[in-house]
Design a protein around this ligand. Structure first.
Ligand code: IDP
Ligand code: MG
Length: 138
């Protein structure tokens, strides 16, 4: 169990002006923001980030969506961060997400689901390293 996870506020949520509300939700849940940036993925970088899903039918749609506008990327610190954050964001499909979760509150569809959350400690590290140098972490 590690104490860090990686998140992105996805283009749909940034576009709708939910960045502040989502960050507030995350901070109130006890996560410390250890690194954060507003940035935009190229289609190439989005393809690389989601390479694990290359064989899934929604891969092209996902890459195109994730490069469609700015995102907020962040490293979050809290005890048992990966599991705690997955609980906070809710199920992949907002329609199935529990009441009060970020996806239930701020997402509209299984594709455009407002936030990313790492699924394991190993991926949290890989994903954090994808966006942040050591000097960008506090
Ligand atoms: P997760 O984000 O809850 O971990 P994954 O299965 O890892 O879900 O899928 C990665 C991302 O791919 C999802 O967050 C969502 O944006 C997108 N995605 C997943 N399933 C579908 C689908 O059936 N249609 C379109 N996009 C999907
Ligand atoms: Mg996933």
């Amino acid at each position: 169990m590690s104490n860090q996870t990686f998140t992105m506020i996805k283009p749909d949520a940034v576009k709708k002006g939910y960045t502040g509300a989502i960050l507030d939700h995350i901070i109130k849940a006890g996560f410390h923001i250890s690194a954060m940036k507003l940035t935009r993925l190229t289609t190439e970088k989005a393809g690389e980030f989601y390479a694990i899903h290359k064989e899934r039918p929604f891969y092209q749609e996902l890459v195109s969506f994730m490069s469609s506008g700015p995102i907020v990327a962040a490293i979050l610190t809290k005890k048992n961060a990966v599991d705690e954050f997955r609980n906070l964001i809710g199920a992949t499909d907002p329609a199935k997400a529990a009441e009060g979760t970020i996806r239930k509150l701020y997402a509209d569809s299984v594709g455009e689901n407002a936030v990313h959350g790492s699924d394991s400690d190993a991926n949290a590290k890989i994903e954090s390293d994808f966006f942040f140098t050591e000097k960008e972490r506090f």
